[in-house]
Design a binder for this molecule. Structure first.
Ligand code: ATP
Ligand code: MG
Length: 390
């Protein structure tokens, strides 16, 4: 029944050059999601031809950030009869409101050679279909449950109704590049999703403490990254960092209650280094204020001081329940709750410092060869290329 899918993007605040690159990136990302389809970019809108594959096409576009809504469209010949337009309106209305309800027809006419004005066309089409629809359908021009749009253009006449909401956000690749610290937990995959939703291209960093953390723990992170490729426009690079030696050094040289604070200072230093070599400008983490000892504001202060690069924490003010709901929505939750050990859970101090002091951290670090430890860890690290889920 439908020949085209109309794609709408959020344009608010987009001007000049930004708008051009936004749209061309969005088109790129749509092309990757629909490799077999042509994308038509006309009249300041994007369209995709349909071939009895509406559901599949919408499903493939569901995770393309930057798309706000789509509408299936019936195309009528430009020189066709009014009857064709009325038929199209009827089909669209029945599919938008199968049980009946109130509706309104809106017309636009960029082709002024069409014999009726826009209000005349709306009125005519409305009065042609009303008698066919039965008592359950009524016109309400002020607050209709469904709206049918008729667009008259030189190329044809387009009729559409239903607006299917899409993912929103900004096209991945328009917002620069960041690295995400990806643990096997619930929070960090959600943070990665949110980073991508704002258009940031991401690479993942995972700290692995082999042999204290198992291959299974690493597999879990790979599985999470694979799910996250749904929201990326391509595969994702996962940097697996060998963290064991740093943990051993900290355990040996630092006060027990500071173990986590010190570990996290190293994590951020390494994340910053990886980010710099990969051309990324920010680090994302899944921290949330007050969730655990290392996420109090005092801890964040003592930890963040180790680096200069901005750390973005998309979940910083979310409750755990809110994060869990998002994790379920994006499809990472079931993987995240698989039992596993994280490098932060081994050698866990019995009483971690809730309000660590920066001076204490700096003092303890005097006995560590920070640069050497980091260089050695990076020498033993590697990159995995996680392919985009097909
Ligand atoms: P999550 O559910 O994301 O694991 P969490 O509540 O377990 O969060 P922490 O373990 O304190 O919290 O970690 C806070 C953040 O630090 C994580 O969200 C993640 O961004 C980062 N992080 C923790 N462990 C690792 C790791 N092994 N590799 C990479 N990043 C990590
Ligand atoms: Mg964790």
């Amino acid at each position: 029944m439908y020949q085209l899918l109309l794609l709408r993007y959020g344009e608010l605040g987009l001007k000049g050059k930004n708008k051009g690159s936004f749209i061309s990136k969005l088109e790129d990302n749509i092309r990757r999601a629909l490799p077999d389809k042509e994308i038509l970019s006309t009249w300041g809108r994007l369209w995709v031809p349909l071939d009895h594959d509406l559901e599949e096409t919408v499903a493939r576009l569901k995770n393309v950030f930057g798309l706000y809504s789509v509408s299936p469209v019936i195309e009528c010949p430009r020189d066709g009869k009014l009857e064709d337009i009325a038929d199209a309106c009827e089909k669209v209305l029945r599919s938008s409101l199968p049980q009946g309800g109130t509706f309104k027809i809106e017309s636009r006419r960029s082709d002024k050679t069409f014999p009726l004005t826009s209000p005349e066309l709306s009125k005519t089409a409305g009065s042609m279909i009303l008698p066919r629809m039965g008592k359950k359908y009524r016109v309400d021009v002020h607050d209709p449950e469904a709206r049918i749009d008729i667009e008259v253009r030189r190329e044809g006449i387009y009729v559409y109704g239903e607006k299917i909401p899409m993912a929103g956000g900004l096209p991945v690749g328009t917002g620069g590049k960041g690295v995400v610290m990806l643990s096997g937990g619930i929070d960090s995959p959600v943070a990665a999703y949110m980073a991508m939703k704002r258009g940031v291209k991401v690479e993942m960093i995972h700290f692995h403490s082999f042999p204290y953390t198992s291959e299974r723990a690493k597999e879990k992170v790979i599985d999470l990254a694979e799910v996250l490729t749904r929201y990326a426009n391509a595969g994702i690079k996962l940097h697996v960092i060998h963290f064991t030696d740093i943990q051993m050094a900290i355990r040996e040289k630092c006060r027990e209650e500071y173990t986590i604070t010190m570990l996290r200072r190293f994590m951020y230093r390494i994340a910053e280094k990886v980010a710099e070599t990969r051309g990324a400008s920010v680090i994302f983490s899944g921290e949330s204020v007050g969730q655990v000892a290392s996420q109090t504001v005092e801890s964040m202060y003592a930890i963040n001081e180790a680096i200069r690069m901005p750390v973005l924490r998309p979940l910083c003010c979310f409750d755990k329940e809110e994060i869990v709901a998002l994790a379920q929505k994006i499809g990472t939750f079931d993987i995240s709750i698989r039992p596993y050990e994280d490098c932060c859970t081994i050698f866990l101090p019995e009483y971690p410092k809730i309000r660590p002091k920066l001076e204490d951290c700096l003092k303890m670090e005097e006995s560590l060869d920070i640069d050497q430890l980091i260089d050695d860890a990076l020498a033993k690290s590697y990159i995995l290329h996680i392919k985009k889920e097909s």
